[in-house]
Design a protein around this ligand. Structure first.
Ligand code: ADP
Ligand code: MG
Length: 737
């Protein structure tokens, strides 16, 4: 039996994995609220367990970034250690997000050695405040984009008290994870968390100032709220093990789309197969213990594709929780003999995976600034914030595009199932109409869909929350009380796009405040000044608004006419990070320094290059060791058949066999030729030392060649005898579970 057939047999005979649900003393399953967050330790717990003075000093650190003393640090560490050891935890780690796109952890046991009378080993369970608060991983092994010289290759991880501590349970033990920021010796950000925290602070300052000017004098700060909907694929582990491309690169480099794929539209929201549901339930149970409020689960559009979404949270927490979710999805999939693929496009020809980032801003009192609201003031504020967000996206669409650029997302953006690489904003029919009129400074009369409120400065409609009006093709859509940034890739760290979006919004708020102050100082009444500013900004940003079908070819040419950029590949999209003029606002608001920006640019280009090189090498290996070997068996079979038929004078069959051989031979030749061309080009282009240039040449010249090579191999897949084909086929990976 071939390995492929064996994998199929294994996959179809898997049993659904059973888990133990948390139960009460009578054996009844506990409701989620009873065990939610049971594996976390946050500020509430700190308050309960710490002395009052230590807790106050901790809050000084949380709110004002003040240093805490060694004694306070020791007290916190002791409290945490007690809590964790009671749960059976033996090790702790600083859990952080370096620029690899993954999370990192290095485990240390709680034990400390104690001096003993006779010099024999003796340990006790303890962590010092110092070790708890800060740690020094070997920084030279994480990407820094050239920011650190090796002699000062020191990096520190520092506890982020805004994100609760959590305990990860593994088969043979538990680990305490300390969410941490990761910074260099001179305070440079080396991770994705630090800039995100800076961006939420900057946005808070700029938005609060603006709100005060428009009359919301009680607002003290604002928070960024984020809910990330995660799409992913699940395939059986036995199949995965036989696909070097999935194993090495995260996506299938070859494989013909099966006759049945997603044309029946029967997978989306379809009933969830029991083995998959069991997986989802285990993920949810684990995540609830970790304090992550998962809310929604369903099948996605493509076969074997699913989605999971939490209730929104503060951006920092949402980002940590999404990173944790990606990790837990992968780990728990293994327990079910499944593999979770988070790649943006694991299977060509069917839908890919994105991560819709729902984003809004709320005041410290919890008022959502993108909620249209009920009073005239809330309405005016809503429209002002809406105009600000439009300005942010309009003025910095190139930066937002750069923030979602990756080799994986290139296969998704613009592939007629995901938003295009052109950034635009969808508002929905009602809101669009309102904006069109406000833009012209029109007084809005009463109409059935818009109730008019007299503001004394003209009339303004009450904006009804409209959840029904959806445009699934837009990269940035307003959905009733939040924006949905839909172009983010499935495997991406959401911290990056959210940081850049916050940066753009910060700059827009700052400019809005400045313009408004000017109007007010010239004596214009406040509401009137706000309204006229909204009107101006709506006019200035009009070309970023698009209500139509973003997948259509017309939009591509329309966007071009409007002067919107369309960066189709990652190298094109990343170039803007090299422009000090275009990135100035990020530096001005102290979200990233010029040096940090440069390093991020370098890391992104480098990652792109490495990914493409890996894919080309893997593809060549696959073609040589799997495809050609199968094709040659088939070819030899056809050739000897022809000989035998000729010997036997079976003329008619001989003629047909000759034709079959000839057409197959053409495919064989074409595959070898393309494969050779790919290799030759790769060898030529990969010696380029300038990385930006190399990345561009890969995108422009290697990628099309890889596509051609794939087409040639995939054409043969449907002709080669099934018994010779060693790679699990799409139909087997996508439909057997
Ligand atoms: P839909 O996309 O169909 O509107 P939901 O209402 O479930 O679906 O929202 C999708 C995601 O948006 C969820 O994660 C939800 O918590 C999140 N979300 C809702 N309101 C906000 C908000 N004000 N800020 C950020 N995310 C939000
Ligand atoms: Mg949604």
């Amino acid at each position: 039996m071939s390995a492929r057939v064996e994998a199929v047999r294994t996959a179809i005979s898997r049993e659904t994995r059973k888990i133990n649900r948390p139960k009460d003393s009578l054996g009844n399953a506990l409701p989620v609220s009873e065990f939610f967050g049971s594996m976390t330790f946050g500020l509430d717990d700190m308050k309960e367990k710490l002395s009052k003075s230590s807790f106050d000093s901790l809050m000084g650190m949380v709110n004002k970034g003040q240093q805490i003393s060694k004694d306070v640090g020791d007290e916190i560490a002791a409290v945490v250690k007690d809590w964790a050891t009671n749960l059976g935890v033996t090790h702790f780690c600083h859990w952080f997000q370096p620029m690899t796109g993954l999370t990192a952890e290095k485990h240390d046991a709680f034990i400390q050695s104690q001096p003993s009378e006779f010099g024999q080993p003796h340990v006790i369970e303890r962590i010092s405040g110092g070790a708890f608060l800060q740690s020094e991983p070997d920084a030279s092994s994480f990407p820094s984009g050239g920011m650190r010289n090796t002699f000062e290759a020191r990096g520190y991880t520092a506890w982020d008290p805004k994100s609760p501590l959590f305990v990860m349970s593994h088969t043979n033990g538990r680990i305490l994870c300390v969410p941490s920021a990761y910074i260099g010796y001179y305070g440079q950000a080396l991770d994705n968390k630090t800039p995100l925290l800076r961006s939420t602070d900057a946005l808070s300052v700029a938005a609060t100032k603006f709100l005060k000017i428009i009359g919301d004098v009680d607002v003290k700060s604002v928070v960024t709220t984020v809910g990330a909907e995660q799409e992913y694929f699940l395939i059986d582990r036995a199949m995965y093990a036989l696909r070097p491309d999935l194993l090495m690169t995260g996506r299938s480099l070859l494989g013909r789309v099966p006759t049945r794929n997603q044309q029946f539209e029967d997978h989306y929201f379809g009933s969830i197969p029991s083995r998959i549901l069991a997986f989802m339930q285990e993920v949810e149970q684990e995540m609830y213990r970790l304090g992550v409020p998962l809310k929604t689960r369903h099948n996605e559009v493509a076969p074997a594709q699913y989605e999971i979404a939490p209730i929104f949270e503060d951006a920092n927490l949402a980002s940590d929780h999404n990173a944790l979710l990606m990790d837990v999805l992968r780990r728990i999939a293994n327990r079910h003999n499944l593999v979770c693929l988070l790649h943006e496009k694991p299977f060509a020809g069917i839908n890919g995976s994105g991560k819709h980032n729902n984003w809004s801003i709320a005041t410290n009192a919890g008022a959502n600034l993108l909620d249209p609201g009920k009073t005239p003031h809330q309405n005016l504020r809503f429209l002002a914030v809406l105009a600000t967000v439009l300005k942010a996206v309009h003025d910095h669409s190139d930066i937002l595009r750069a923030g979602i650029a990756s080799a994986g997302n290139d296969h998704r953006l613009g592939a007629n199932e995901a938003p295009p690489a052109i950034i635009s904003v969808f508002l929905g029919h009602t809101l669009d109409k309102i904006c069109n009129r406000l833009e012209k400074g029109e007084i809005i009369e009463n109409s059935p869909e818009e109730t008019v409120i007299n503001l004394g400065v003209g009339s303004l409609p009450t904006v009804a929350k409209d959840n029904t009006d959806r445009n699934r093709t837009s990269p940035f859509a307003f959905t009733g009380n939040k924006f949905e940034f839909r172009a983010v890739g499935g495997s991406a760290s959401i911290a990056v796009p959210i940081t850049l979006l916050n940066a753009a919004a910060t700059q827009a708020f700052a400019e809005m405040s400045e313009r408004l102050e000017k109007k007010l100082s010239s004596g214009t009444a406040r509401d009137e000044a706000v309204l006229s500013l909204i009107s101006e900004v709506l006019k200035e940003t009009k070309n970023i608004r698009f209500e139509g079908n973003n997948y259509s070819a017309e939009w591509v040419s329309e966007a071009k006419k409007r002067g919107l950029s369309n960066f189709r590949t990652t190298p094109e999209a990343l170039d803007v990070l090299g422009s000090s003029e275009r990135t100035k606002f990020i530096v001005d608001h102290k979200i990233l320094t010029a040096e940090e920006l440069k390093s991020r640019h370098n890391v992104a280009v480098e990652r792109y290059i490495k990914q493409i090189e890996l894919e080309v090498q893997t593809m060549l290996e696959l073609v040589d060791t799997y495809v050609l070997s199968a094709v040659e068996k088939e070819l030899s079979g056809r050739a000897s058949l022809l000989d035998r038929l000729n010997e036997a004078k079976a003329t008619k069959a001989g003629e047909l066999a000759k034709k079959r051989l000839a057409s197959f031979e053409a495919g064989y030749v074409s595959l070898i030729e393309t494969r050779n061309e790919l290799q030759a080009q790769f060898e030529k282009l990969s010696v380029e030392h300038n990385e930006a240039k190399r990345a561009h040449s890969y995108a422009d010249r290697l990628m099309p060649l890889m596509d051609r090579c794939r087409t040639a191999a995939d054409a043969l897949e449907f002709e080669v005898g099934d018994e010779y084909w060693m790679l699990p086929k799409y139909r087997e990976m996508l439909f057997l579970r």
